[in-house]
Design a protein around this ligand. Structure first.
Ligand code: GRG
Length: 295
């Protein structure tokens, strides 16, 4: 499988969906719609949405009918990046290769653009009804995403991450941060695809464990990239974690052990896919890609 080509195909589908589900940039009041589109279409990899599509594919479901779910996950991810970059949080100037939303549109509009993306995500999930999914299943999916975006997921992780700046966390606390701040959305992305494709208990549990290992490996490699990556390729500033004394794997374990821990999680993710056939190949490649990604 040509991973880059396969990811690009899924990203294109997701970008078309996002364009369709969002109000046009000219929609009144245009400033907020311009800000939303500026950040959302600044060039994200669309990994979370692609994993939603891929989890359903692994179970034999067509990509197009679950597109609203894939797009909703990407909206929430973009909201989290806009807010994460704000002066009150990580205070970053550069994201997806461009100046951050608040630098271009001002802080108030950036906060509102994030809020708007979060609410639009749930409006978009409701569009699954146009694809004839059962209302009970749609409610289950909405709950899955809401919990992942809330204090038991993304926000919980972000709070502990901010609290831990300048301190040396225990390995357990570090794992909590990574599993929640980053892992919760990957977990929801995969589970939503699996739920919509009517996964049985065994498949859902294997895919959930895959997603948890994937999320952890993703953030461990993100920590590594922050230290060793190229600012232009990453589209964001490097060595920010060091400057902010962030709780990271390399800070706690050193580079070599951190690389081993990333490889361990990738192996774990691949093992969980052993019960699936060739239709899970995209999920397998996605996990392998984490060990050589440069952005
Ligand atoms: C509720 C006020 C408020 C803020 C929420 C939850 C939150 C702020 C931020 C989430 C924390 C966060 C940004 C985690 C980092 C995850 C991460 C490594 C993101 C980068 O993901 P990529 O590389 O990005 O997939 P692209 O740009 O490719 O989409």
């Amino acid at each position: 499988m040509n991973w880059e080509r396969e990811l690009a195909a899924r990203a294109e589908l997701i970008n078309e969906g996002l364009d369709r589900y969002l109000p046009p940039a000219s929609y009144y009041p245009p400033i907020i719609h311009e800000a939303i589109r500026y950040s959302l279409f600044a060039g994200g990899k669309r990994l979370r949405g692609a994993l939603t599509l891929a989890a359903a594919e692994a179970l034999g479901m067509k990509q197009t009918c679950i597109l609203p779910a894939a797009c909703a996950l990407e909206m929430i991810h973009s909201y989290s990046l806009i807010h994460d970059d704000l002066p009150a949080m990580d205070d970053d100037d550069y994201r997806r290769g461009k100046p951050t939303c608040h630098l271009v549109f001002g802080e108030a509009t950036a906060i509102l653009a994030g809020d708007a993306l979060l609410t639009l995500a749930f409006a978009t999930l409701c569009r699954l009804k146009e694809e004839a999914f059962q209302p009970e299943l749609i409610v289950q999916v909405i709950e899955e995403v809401a919990v992942a975006a809330g204090t038991k997921g993304l926000i919980g992780g972000q709070v502990v991450d901010l609290e831990s700046e300048g301190r040396t966390p225990t390995p357990d606390l570090l794992e909590y941060i990574h599993l929640h701040k980053t892992g919760a959305l990957f977990r929801a992305a995969v589970r939503v695809g699996a739920l919509l494709a009517q996964a049985d208990e065994q498949a859902l549990s294997a895919l959930t464990e895959y997603a948890v290992a994937f999320g952890l490996a993703f953030q461990i490699t993100d920590d590594l990239l922050d230290l060793t990556g190229n600012k232009v390729l990453m589209g964001k500033a490097a060595k920010r974690d060091l400057a902010k004394q962030k709780a990271t794997y390399p800070a706690l374990f050193g580079l070599e052990r951190t690389r081993e821990l990333a490889a361990l999680q990738v192996r774990k993710a691949l093992q969980r896919l052993e019960i699936f056939d060739a239709r899970a190949e995209f999920l397998r490649e996605a996990a392998r890609y984490l060990l050589y990604r440069i952005s």
